[in-house]
Design a protein around this ligand. Structure first.
Ligand SMILES: Nc1ncnc2c1ncn2[C@@H]1O[C@H](COP(=O)(O)OP(=O)(O)OP(=O)(O)O)[C@@H](O)[C@H]1O
Ligand SMILES: [Mg+2]
Length: 256
């Protein structure tokens, strides 16, 4: 199977006065369609830089990036914007929603760029998939942190991207709410979406199928998660209180 993501000797350097910061320093990576990958590593190890490059928000200093068979590292900004809109959904630690704008309108934004019709219908369907249909008219200030992140996920999936990139998606949430967010990623993964999550929490990383650890801009470990380890990770995230809400309902299958 052709890799969905293929990085070859990728670097990203920032010149800061006299010094050169090697945010990414010769990264080789392949991710297959349908994988669920966690990226971990100390602060400053290059995780966000990697996500920006994977998400076509930025271009490498040197090296090659093939996304879905296309050499995106050689594309213009305009071409990258089209790829982002079609193929990638982003979820950030701080949600990055537009304040004073309803959940429905926040979710609609990528559809405007994609120039599709039936905007309201598709946005509402995406909100339903994360269990937030009843909150469609609420602005972010009227929603909890977990609900805001679910709106952000609805916005990320509304164009039915092949890849979801999430940078510390549970970082601003309590353990239980974080678990609900991870459950949504699991359901998206089940429906065929490729998921890449940056996290510094081992209990979150263990929910993926594969863990990549970075240090000083390099991949220093890349390994599968075994089942026993995964179970221990799930137990670690189990909330102490028994009054757990069920995870939000989702559509059975996403079109991918
Ligand atoms: N725009 C920039 N200009 C200069 N240096 C940068 C820039 N962005 C990142 N860096 C540097 O690149 C390195 C990697 O940063 P990056 O944000 O990718 O780390 P990270 O692993 O995401 O860290 P954290 O866990 O704190 O989010 C750091 O040394 C950082 O200071
Ligand atoms: Mg970061």
């Amino acid at each position: 199977m052709a890799a969905l993501i293929h990085l070859e000797n990728l670097t990203k350097h920032y010149q800061m006065g006299e010094t050169m910061v090697r945010a990414l320093d010769g990264v080789e990576l392949q991710i297959q369609p349908g994988e669920f990958v966690a990226i971990t590593g100390a602060s400053g190890s290059g995780k966000s830089t990697m996500m920006h490059l994977l998400g076509c928000l930025d271009r490498p200093t040197t090296g090659a990036y093939w996304l879905d068979g296309e050499l995106v590292s050689a594309m213009t900004d305009r071409q990258l914007a089209v790829i982002r809109n079609r193929k990638i959904g982003f979820v950030f630690q701080t949600f990055n929603l537009i304040q004073r704008t309803s959940a429905l309108d926040n979710v609609s934004i990528p559809l405007f760029y994609a120039r599709v019709t039936r905007v309201a219908e598709l946005a509402r369907r995406a909100l339903d998939r994360v269990g937030l249909g009843p909150r469609a008219s609420h602005a972010p200030s009227e929603l909890s942190g977990g609900e805001c992140q679910r709106v952000a996920i609805a916005r990320a999936i509304v164009n039915e991207p092949k890849i979801i990139l999430a940078d510390e998606p549970t970082g601003n949430l309590d353990t239980r709410t974080g678990k609900q967010i991870m459950d949504i990623f699991h359901e998206l993964h089940q429906s065929g979406v490729t998921i890449i999550v940056v996290t510094h929490e081992m209990s979150v990383a263990l929910q993926a199928e594969r863990i990549i650890r970075m240090r000083d801009g390099k991949i220093v470990e890349d390994r599968p998660v075994d089942r026993a380890e995964k179970t221990r990770g799930e137990e670690a995230t189990e909330p102490a209180t028994p009054d757990r809400e069920p995870s939000p309902p989702m559509a059975r299958r996403a079109k991918v």
